[in-house]
Ligand binder design. Sequence first.
Ligand SMILES: [Zn+2]
Length: 236
Amino acid sequence: MKLTRTVTTGLGVLLLLCLPALAQMKALQGKVVAVADGDTITVLDSGNKQHRIRLLGIDAPERSQDFGTNARRHLSDLVFGKQVAVRYDKTDQYGRTLGKVMLGDQDVNREMLRAGLAWHYKYYERDQPTQDRDVYSSEEARARKLRLGLWSQTSPTPPWDFRRGESRQKSTADIRHAESGETVSTAVSTEAVYVTRTGEKYHRGSCRHLSRSKIPISLADAKRSYGACKVCRPPR
Ligand SMILES: [Zn+2]
């Protein structure tokens, strides 16, 4: 990141245009058909294709954390059943699109910060346009100052710390942590479970629902954004 900053500062806009990851934002449009938690939604496009969207630049409390339910409800109240546009340029290892969700002119990711229901996710801020990075950072600072939402707590646990604790306790699978890029551990355990590119559930390796795609995920991460399949009944 430091290198990127130095280089762009030094050579300016010309070089920036040569970096496709920064210069090219793609867009998709569709209806929000599911809200998994405060930073993950599913969008159904006009071609009837589902896209699982991870809201870029924010990290909302996990469902089992304090304010996790509030965050999910707030996001759901905002976008569920509505038409949104998603600007993105990347997909993560679980097939989720990392994007900025727009409801008309409203930046939904930013709204979650404004309401005090998410952290500005600094691990990913390098993927954000500089302007968004600054705006998101100050929205978080403002919400903190006003003690809105989760900031009403004296010392809220950031979701990335919470997940790390869960991973240590519950999973020994050799899976890079979805959000931080850390390797959690090396031993493969019986608790490795799988998700599909577009599904809402996680599964055992043998499940028939995995015929189209089969993406390994740690149990902790699976439980965070997916429900347990009722057919194969994976560990909970
Ligand atoms: Zn299953």
